[in-house]
Design a protein around this ligand. Structure first.
Ligand code: DON
Length: 562
């Protein structure tokens, strides 16, 4: 096993030159409440809400709006996401505020006359945008579960951040510098993200502050109608997009029954369709439970081989069978049936990789760059929320709402733009995930909550990373349950991923030793190394009741608690 430090790692990332606002803490061990998000400012805002008497949902709403300001790469008001909420008594809820295809969307909207995919059409600019769900989702969460019942209070920190500005972390400065050219190319006008400013100077977003104020005053109508909607639709019209006023007004987030399943007596709650988590995760856990996963040892060739072979089979099903259940009959019963999953592993060989060309989806009657963000909160009453939210790619479509100063998503690319053609994440898809007006695009986002066998709360987690979200969440859970790691070690451990197509294991560079890689190659696997996989924000309630919040070491992520 790799020696991974258990030390409380406080990495003082003095990520901005002129301020100490962005010190990033990677682990906290506390007694009452914990918050872990991708940005120190958002974490502190969420925690303060709990200190002021709010619950996990109140904190989540404040964090979502704060991230829209301080983490524009993925935080958003014009994206979407999913939340899994577990009340202290164990009752679970799932909120789907995923984007939807606009009325004018059609199956061939990204194809040219010859039927070929027009490069970048589904990823850049106005046509890539799905109807945003975030503001509707936050409103629903507030109405059903807020304890503070003070919407103004929850939005105010985001307004202050936008209006007074804040210091970007070093990583954020680099990141924004990298996308300057693309943002300039996509937008006809100057945007807050392309205005000339010196590094280390506060980043102010006045227009966004006005939009947030409209949302503060009128809740969801402040976004889906009035001047904010006018600006949104004007941006569409000026840039060849198709989202109309009616599309905005008709958007609805949906309460769903969480996908619930058990692994080694631990109940897991995760997001059902249109997230693939509710199918892929139970399939994976059921398939590995037929074997002795920890037997080979952590990151042994045996364990990596087993998980890879499971992933290969599960992702073939994802590609061909999964999509918005309102539009397709998804054979859920068959896909989850134990006999089917046993049968699926019949051709598994302990010694040899099965080429993906020999694996098809199960027969009965994705391409997803990168950014999404996840946060986890446990409040001082024991309620927990796991929320993953996204613009899809980093900075979404790179198009900024003209009068609004915020990025618009490029979630339409999560549909299968053309059968067999991979999306941003290399995922392929079929009929089940084709574009249809009013449909929600298939997702991999996997906000997940795990209980102990005695039914008390154990883990709250999730990650960005497109298709690698599913396998990152799977690995962190098995690191804790099977490999008996503490949460810090489980989150910081190197990750790997296989998604059927392309037929390769991607592995974090420097994370796996040469002998392990050689052994896998000898079994027939091909390996590609990548800089990093996933960005997990997780909380573990230890058996003695200590709450351990862990922020991924891979970026600026920050944990806090009390
Ligand atoms: O819903 C999905 O699966 C994707 N839109 C998520 C995108 C993502 O995680 C990008 N992150 N790094």
């Amino acid at each position: 096993m790799k020696a991974i430090s258990f030390l409380l790692i406080i990495s003082f990332l003095f990520s901005c030159r002129t301020s100490t606002e962005s010190v990033s803490v990677k682990e906290v061990n506390v007694q009452n409440a914990a918050v872990v998000t991708a940005h120190p400012l958002a974490t502190e805002i969420g925690l303060q809400v709990i200190k002021d008497g709010g619950n996990a949902v109140d904190a989540a709403i404040a964090i979502q709006f704060a991230l829209a300001v301080c983490f524009p790469r993925a935080g958003n008001i014009a994206g979407g996401g999913f939340a899994i909420y577990r009340e202290r008594d164990g009752t679970g809820y799932a909120l789907d505020f995923r984007e939807m295809a606009p009325k004018a969307a059609s199956e061939d909207m990204y194809l040219d006359e010859e039927g070929n995919v027009v490069p970048d059409a589904s990823t850049r600019g106005a046509l890539a945008v799905g109807i945003p769900g975030t503001v509707h989702g936050m409103d629903q969460l507030f109405q059903r579960f807020s304890k503070l019942k003070d919407w103004n209070r929850l939005i105010q920190p985001a307004i202050d951040l936008a209006e007074k500005g804040f210091y970007l972390t070093e990583m954020q400065e680099d990141d924004l510098a990298e996308v300057q050219e693309s943002i300039k190319k996509i937008n006809k006008n100057e945007t807050p993200f392309t205005v000339q400013r010196n590094r280390g100077e506060k980043f102010v977003q006045k227009k966004l502050a006005q939009v947030l104020r409209a949302i503060q005053q009128e809740t969801r109508l402040g976004f889906y109608s009035g001047w904010v909607a006018d600006e949104f639709v004007k941006t569409m019209e000026n840039n060849g997009g198709v989202i109309s006023h009616l599309d905005l007004l008709h958007y609805k987030s949906i309460w769903r029954a969480p996908a619930e399943f058990y692994y080694k007596n631990h109940r897991m709650l995760t997001m059902p369709l249109p997230s693939s988590a509710g199918v892929v995760l139970p399939q994976m856990f059921e398939m590995v439970s037929q074997y002795n996963l920890p037997g080979g040892g952590f990151h042994s060739p045996t364990a990596i081989h087993l998980v890879t072979e499971v992933e290969r089979r599960v992702f073939a099903d994802r590609a061909m069978h999964l999509g918005d259940p309102r539009f397709n009959r998804v054979p859920l019963f068959n896909l989850m049936h134990r006999d089917y999953l046993l049968d699926r592993m019949k051709d598994f060989s302990r010694d040899k990789a099965t080429p993906s060309s020999e694996i098809r989806e199960g027969v009965f009657t994705d391409r997803e760059t990168m950014e999404t963000t996840h946060f986890s909160v446990v409040d001082d009453e024991g309620n927990a929320i796991a929320l993953t939210t996204t613009l899809n790619g980093a900075y979404g479509s790179h198009l900024v709402c003209e009068g609004g100063g915020y990025f618009l998503n490029n979630e339409m690319d999560d549909f299968s733009v053309k059968p067999g053609v991979p999306n941003l994440y290399g995922l392929v898809g079929g009929e089940a995930n084709k574009i249809q007006s009013g449909k929600r695009m298939l997702s991999s986002m996997s906000p997940t909550i795990v209980d102990y066998p005695n039914k008390s709360l154990k883990m709250v987690l999730g990650s960005p990373g497109g298709s690698t979200i599913l396998t990152s969440v799977f690995q962190v859970i098995t690191n804790v349950i099977d490999f008996k790691m503490g949460m810090h070690e489980a989150v910081q451990a190197p990750r790997f991923h296989h998604q059927w197509l392309p037929d390769q294991i991607i592995m974090e560079q420097g994370g796996f030793d040469a002998l392990t890689k050689k052994a896998l190659e000898e079994k027939g696997h091909s390996i590609r190394e990548v800089e990093s996989i996933g960005r997990v924000e997780a909380i573990l309630i230890e058996e003695d009741g200590t709450i351990t919040g862990v922020a991924d070491k891979r970026k600026d992520d920050h944990a806090a608690g009390f």
